[in-house]
Write a protein that binds this ligand. Structure first.
Ligand SMILES: C[S@@+](CC[C@H](N)C(=O)[O-])C[C@H]1O[C@@H](n2cnc3c(N)ncnc32)[C@H](O)[C@@H]1O
Length: 445
């Protein structure tokens, strides 16, 4: 095994990840949906009492934010983590042109979510480099049906080889191995993806109630971020693309150079939570008068000249990351897609089936949280929601699941993570990319 390469992979990730999520073009978004986020982006500005009071308020807010999530209490699963890396590098299946492998986030926690379940069928809606999927396949010899979905055909190509290898590595006799389906598609259309040929039950609502486990890992893969040609990264130069699906028609260049100016400003404000959006909007409009913006470097330079010089690189880099996030969300209609997909995935779950979602920024996490609450109480109103404190036995009557600390039960399902679970400190040290990850899980009744 290439020890040097493994060491390299274990080092903290050098760049910030630009998280991905659901998608919603701003034209169709109710601005009110995102209003609380806007409030946060202007923090400090409305604080009476001078800088000291503003600092105290900021500290209070960050303490509150800390309390609203539960850091994973699990011991960091170094074995699963290292095994995955060895699998990727040692198997000669390095990812992407530069050979950098994608490190799956909160792998141990995801395995735990499904560990006490009998998984006859599993769907990975964001298969990426198949890190989570390979581990699930190896951990669940009872699996009969596996479906890997990704909107990015390049990711799917990489994943295919790894899934095959994972299946082969289970010592099951050939006839007892799971049926494998790899599908290019958007998870928004999960029901039609699963229809017909895959589940054998027909398409659309016919797939309702058929799947035991579903995973959505919303962050972008390292393959995507590290490839400048995709236009996702503030580092390196590439086209202003940012499409998750290279076959989609809209890209970031279209938005920057031809969408109405006020819509561009709204994107920066709502999706980037960027307080300096007005000035940026103006600069983008000015750039149009001089031929427009055509590369990521041009956009980063525009941000640099807009940002306060006193804050140095830190200042403009953070702004650039927010601007890129905003554009990516708009290009891929990420937020609306996520919301639609959560409802569709829940419908597909069998009784006792679980949907686990890892999100990477507050806009996504808010949608997951609110949609889960709506799902468990749909149709019946929310009067009957019961909040459980402490541990409940798993309904399959095995061990108490320690990872699920506080739950919310509704008529249709149980939210197993009243507060989202975040990575262990150890994982955060090893993989910088995971620092903003939040895991939420829902179970169908
Ligand atoms: C963080 S990666 C997943 C990594 C994977 N869990 C692993 O362990 O290797 C997220 C993947 O989701 C895919 N993706 C993003 N939006 C999607 C969508 N709407 N439908 C399907 N796949 C999507 C991306 O192309 C990317 O490959």
């Amino acid at each position: 095994m290439a020890a040097a390469k493994l060491r390299q992979l274990l080092l903290p990730h050098p760049r910030g990840s630009l998280p991905l999520g659901g998608l919603r073009r701003l034209r169709s978004v109710g601005a009110a949906d995102l209003r609380p986020a806007r409030g946060r982006s202007t923090k400090g500005s409305g604080c009476a009492g001078g800088p000291a009071a503003a600092t105290a308020t900021a500290e209070k807010k960050s303490l509150l934010r800390l309390k609203r999530r539960t850091r994973s209490a699990s011991e960091f699963d170094r074995e699963a983590y290292t095994q995955n890396l060895e699998w990727q590098v040692g198997g000669g299946r390095s990812v992407g042109e530069d050979g950098v492998a994608h490190v799956p986030v909160m792998l141990g926690e995801v395995l735990q979510v499904f560990s006490q379940r009998r998984l006859r069928s599993f769907v990975d809606c964001t298969v990426g480099a198949a890190g989570h999927s390979s581990a699930i396949i190896r951990a669940h010899p009872e699996l009969q049906l596996y479906v890997g979905v990704d909107v990015d055909p390049e990711a799917l190509e990489v994943a295919r080889g790894r899934i095959d290898a994972a299946v082969e590595s289970t010592s099951e006799a050939e006839e007892r191995r799971p049926r494998i389906h790899m599908r290019h598609g958007n998870f928004r259309t999960v029901k039609s993806i699963l229809g017909g040929g895959i589940t054998g039950v027909g398409s659309g609502d016919a797939v309702d109630g058929t799947i035991d486990g579903i995973l959505m890992d919303l962050g972008m893969s390292s393959m995507q971020v590290n490839n400048p040609k995709r236009g996702f990264s503030v580092i390196g130069d590439g086209p202003l693309d940012m499409r998750m699906d290279p076959q989609a028609s809209l890209n970031a260049e279209d938005i920057l150079n031809s969408w109405p100016e006020d819509e561009v400003g709204q994107i920066l404000r709502e999706y980037g939570e960027e307080s300096n959006w007005r000035l940026l909007q103006k600069k983008i409009a000015n750039a149009r008068a001089h031929g427009g913006l055509h590369s990521t470097v041009e956009l980063v330079n525009l941000v640099r000249t807009t940002s306060s010089k006193t804050r140095g690189r830190q200042g403009w880099m953070k702004t650039a990351i927010r601007v890129f996030q905003a554009l990516r969300i708009a290009v891929n209609d990420e937020l609306k897609t996520l919301e639609d997909a959560l409802y569709a995935c829940f419908d597909c779950l069998s009784s006792g089936g679980r949907l686990a979602v890892i999100s990477f920024h507050s806009l996504e996490d808010r949608i997951v949280k609110q949609t889960f609450l709506d799902i468990i109480n749909r149709d019946e109103g929310n009067d009957d929601a019961i909040e459980f404190r402490g541990h409940i036995n798993d309904d399959q009557g095995k061990e108490i699941e320690m990872w699920s600390k506080r739950r919310i039960e509704g008529r249709n399902g149980i939210i197993l993570t009243k507060r989202p679970i975040t990575p262990t400190e150890e994982e955060e040290k090893l993989n910088y990319r995971c620092r903003s990850a939040k895991l939420r899980v829902i179970q169908k009744i």
